[in-house]
Design a protein around this ligand. Structure first.
Ligand code: PLP
Length: 438
């Protein structure tokens, strides 16, 4: 009998957290590391929200609360959804979760049986693929391409829907691409779902970046289209738009109160409740008029950084970067940079086992980190299936302009350093089993 149960071998991870060990190793060597890997705004949570939580603590509201979430917060979420998506979801359909990540696993556990097919965007948030495998479902990646700005339409989705499809995951604005689905694209997707999917098929709409849109775009949701509210699990929260990642405030709006009761039951089984004093600040985020200006200032700053970094990256030899419309990431194609550095040859020369654990973009990622002090994320970190031959990196612009400038300059220097790359690979090979590409 093994110590660890077999099912755990199917559980994936999020490399943005895993890369922390490599970054620490670089810091321990005295390097200065620019963290383009981070998925958290480099802003603090707003003082007016901090104050609400600390006042609630001082007032003694520090015990357990309703496992579905305190009523005022569920009401505030329902009102926010009505305001922004035009659907009337009462608080009995809302469940508060510790961040927007848990509803992904809750959804897979609630709706998907072994052998069911789940369609999800790739590249996409890695936790989708992780949970699909964990519940024994069949992963059906919907591949997004940069020449279409990482958007997709009903025709792309249509070819993937079968009799066995049980869940379709959407994410807009997207991590890692910054791609945004337009109202027309969503209308086409909704029409296709109405036509081709049984009523028991669920849509999971991950809208955690709903506030972070550029070029004057407004957030659009599948749930606003006819027939979608009764099939969609809509998830979002406070991590990104309100810069509250560590607070762990997220929520889901379920198609029915019965389905919300299932999510509540999962909450009860795992963590009882989200701390009530944090939820009080969650209410204020939606209701205090001071919030809008704080969010606007942050989004404007992300847009300013985007406008600087996209042309700067495109000026680096071998890099092609699209202009994201939302979230706070850029996702450049670095295949020509890999070519000129000889990354493909170095990858091909690795033993088969080592090749299966990395990718050419993964080798470039390590070179940038260990030799140039720039932490990025490779394409395979956002869904492994079908990632072969796609050399992309994700860079987060949740960094100061100064760090962004220094980071891009370092990437530019690395792009000209084929000898440095060859030396790096040789050094790692000489470290045998300890090497990065062993
Ligand atoms: N969904 C997407 C697309 C994300 O990028 C993230 C965080 O990076 C999450 C969900 C999880 O958000 P939270 O930190 O609120 O759990």
């Amino acid at each position: 009998m093994a110590v660890i149960a077999r099912r755990i071998s199917h559980l994936g991870t999020e490399n943005a957290f895993k890369l922390g060990d490599d970054i620490q190793r670089c810091l321990d060597r005295g390097m200065d590391v620019i963290r383009f890997n981070l998925g958290a705004p480099d802003f603090r949570s707003a003082p007016h929200l901090n104050r609400v939580a600390s006042d609630a603590l001082d007032a003694g509201r520090s015990g357990y609360c309703d496992p579905a979430g305190i009523l005022p917060f569920r009401q505030a979420i329902a009102a926010h959804v009505t305001r922004t998506r035009g659907v009337e979801a009462g608080p009995d359909r809302v469940v508060v979760t510790p961040g927007a990540k848990p509803p992904i696993g809750y959804t897979l556990q609630t709706y998907v049986d072994e052998g069911d097919e789940v369609i999800y965007p790739s590249p996409g948030f890695p936790i989708y693929e992780s949970w699909v495998r964990f519940v024994g479902a069949v992963p059906v990646p919907l591949h997004l391409s940069d020449d279409r700005d990482f958007a997709f339409n009903a025709d792309d989705l249509s070819t993937l829907i079968t009799e066995r499809t049980k869940l379709i995951i959407l994410c807009s604005p997207s991590n890692p691409t910054g791609g945004v689905l337009s109202r027309d694209e969503l209308a086409g997707i909704a029409a296709l779902i109405r036509e081709r999917c049984r009523p028991d098929i669920r849509i999971y709409s991950d809208e955690i970046y709903e506030q972070i849109l550029f070029d004057g775009l407004e957030h659009e949701s599948i749930v606003s289209h006819p027939g979608m509210e009764e099939r969609t699990v809509l998830a979002s929260g406070h991590s990104k738009g309100f810069a509250m990642t560590g607070w762990r405030l997220g929520w889901a709006v379920l198609p029915t109160a019965e389905e919300a009761a299932v999510f509540k039951r999962i909450n009860i089984n795992i963590m009882s409740c989200v701390p009530p004093f944090l939820q009080e600040a969650g209410v204020a985020a939606y209701e205090d008029p001071a919030s809008a200006g704080v969010v606007r200032a942050m989004v404007d700053e992300f847009e300013r950084r985007r406008d600087w970094i996209v042309p700067a990256l495109n000026a680096v030899p071998g890099v092609r970067c699209r202009t994201p419309k939302g979230a706070f990431y850029v996702f450049p194609d670095v295949s020509r940079m890999c070519e000129s550095l000889g990354v493909g040859e170095a990858y091909a020369a690795l033993p088969a086992g080592a090749r299966s654990r990395t990718t050419p973009a993964g080798m470039l990622q390590m070179f940038l980190l260990y030799r140039y002090g720039v932490a990025t994320m490779d394409r395979a970190s956002f869904g492994r299936i079908g990632a072969e031959g796609q050399d992309f990196l994700r860079l987060s612009i949740a960094n100061s302009m100064d760090d962004i400038r220094r980071g891009v300059a370092r990437i530019g220097a690395a792009a000209e350093d084929a000898a440095g790359f060859a030396g790096f690979v040789a050094e790692e090979a000489a470290r045998g089993d300890e090497g990065l590409f062993a």
